[in-house]
Design a protein. Structure first.
Length: 459
């Protein structure tokens, strides 16, 4: 009886501790990783590193000098040598460790064994990146960071660089317009495409950038951001008037660059430029980001007159995509489908949109429209996105690289409030003033009046 009571006294706290760990792993994976997962994973890695590398075929035969030294000092068997391991660096989502490859090895050899390393060390995923020739970094992710997205806190904002999502390797996905000027974003209804757009607008709203919108859904997506928009077109007719103005703005900027190039021969080379970023800061025009929501609405026609207008708008969009980067004009094109069936010019416009983000789509053909021409092998990954995970997407570019990303939740009210607070940053562009959206004046908050106390009655 005494032994049973002692067992209950010891087993109670142990069971509570185990239950708490299971609860933390399910509901708070970050806390579980920091307290339990990280120490366990570190012990596994340190204790089994050599045997795991040998089993994965990453260990190489020792040098002759090593063989002679081992035989001369000990009688143990000479085993293959694993890659030299660096210091283990823990993170809030996993850990990182660098490996120095042996002669004859390449990073692809380590990447091919990533799935084996994941199972051997009991982590959610293993990613391999090249640091420099002969050195790779293993990024071990302890849990599914895309289930509940939390962006890293230490993010340095910069002009035209907006962190909008989290990659599956726990690094931020940053939309950098200076590096990749134009992007195509596709996604079905309720796939998270609008959430992605909100993050872009809210991130750019705090920067000295002109935001221009074309929203043919009567403005329901972009109208809440009207205080920060320099121009907004809510139907194809307004878009047909706005696009020629942007073309003229682009041509004026090229004239400015050309005038700057026609300078004296003794001008330093660093002052000669072919885009606006080489101009002096006081002469540099403000960058312009054009958001086109539901781009298919610009292609749909019902009459012969609509077809002529469509062809003209598509030609103008193609010109902006081909020539706008040097003039500081960038395109963000969104839609549910975007392919050759939309009509003449659709494929040519898509070819100019370097970056691609594909959310959940309704059919494989839509995924091929977004990713088939840059990374055909990831079409299946885009088709496998579940409806229960809105905001999950596949991001790629013309380099062939791709990754899964997920956008954190941002309410429409919070994004609209950010635009209202940043309304003072709307740049002065006279050409766009006729298209500036009307912003309703917010009624002032009611302030309580002075408290009137009754005068005491005296006899």
């Amino acid at each position: 009886m005494t032994d049973l009571a002692t067992l209950l006294e010891v087993g109670g706290p142990v069971a509570a501790l185990g239950g708490g760990a299971a609860y933390a792993r399910a509901r708070h994976p970050g806390v579980y990783w920091s307290t339990v997962g990280l120490p366990v994973c570190t012990v596994r890695l340190l204790s089994s590193y050599g045997s795991v590398m040998e089993a994965c075929g990453l260990a190489v035969a020792p040098s002759r000098l090593r063989v002679l030294a081992v035989k001369a000092t000990t009688r143990r068997e000479v085993r293959p040598v694993p890659p030299r391991r660096g210091i283990i660096r823990p993170t809030t989502t996993g850990l990182r460790v660098r490996l120095r490859l042996a002669p004859g090895q390449e990073p692809a050899d380590v990447a091919a064994s990533a799935e084996r390393l994941r199972h051997a060390w009991g982590v959610h995923a293993v990613y391999v990146t090249t640091v420099k020739p002969g050195v790779v970094e293993l990024r071990l992710v302890g849990f599914d960071v895309l289930r509940r997205v939390r962006m890293p806190r230490k993010l340095r904002p910069d002009l035209l660089r907006v962190p909008v999502a989290l990659r599956e390797d726990a690094t931020p996905f940053v939309r950098d317009y200076r590096t990749v000027p134009h992007q195509l974003t596709l996604g079905a209804t309720l796939s998270g495409k609008s959430m992605y757009l909100r993050h872009l607008v809210a991130g750019l709203a705090r920067q000295p950038v002109a935001l221009v919108g074309i929203d043919c859904k009567r403005g329901v997506e972009l109208a809440p951001f009207a205080p920060r928009l320099s121009a907004l077109a809510t139907d194809p007719e307004q878009a047909a008037e706005l696009l020629p103005v942007l073309i003229r703005e682009m041509e004026d900027r090229y004239d400015l660059i050309k005038a700057r190039q026609g300078i004296a021969p003794n001008t330093p080379d660093e002052e000669i430029t072919s885009d606006i970023w080489g101009l002096p800061e006081h002469e540099r025009p403000v960058p312009v980001v054009l958001f086109v929501d539901e781009v298919a609405e610009l292609f749909l026609v019902a009459t012969k007159k609509d077809e002529e207008r469509r062809d003209e708008m598509v030609t103008q969009l193609i010109r902006l995509a081909q020539l706008g980067r040097a003039a500081g004009i960038y395109l963000e094109v969104c839609g549910q489908r975007f392919g050759a069936e939309l009509g003449k010019g659709a494929t040519m416009l898509r070819a100019q949109l370097t970056s691609r983000v594909c959310h959940r789509v309704n059919d494989e053909a839509s995924a091929k429209m977004a990713l088939g021409d840059i990374a055909p092998e990831v079409v299946s990954a885009a088709c496998a996105i579940a409806p229960e995970r809105p905001g999950l997407a596949v991001a790629g570019d013309t380099s062939g690289g791709w990754s899964r990303i997920r956008t954190p939740h941002l309410s429409l009210g919070d994004a609209a409030e950010t635009c209202r607070e940043s309304a003072r940053l709307v740049p002065d562009l006279p050409a766009l003033k006729p298209f500036r959206p009307n912003v309703p004046v917010r009624p002032p908050a009611e302030t309580p009046g002075p408290v009137v106390r009754p005068r005491p009655v005296t006899d």
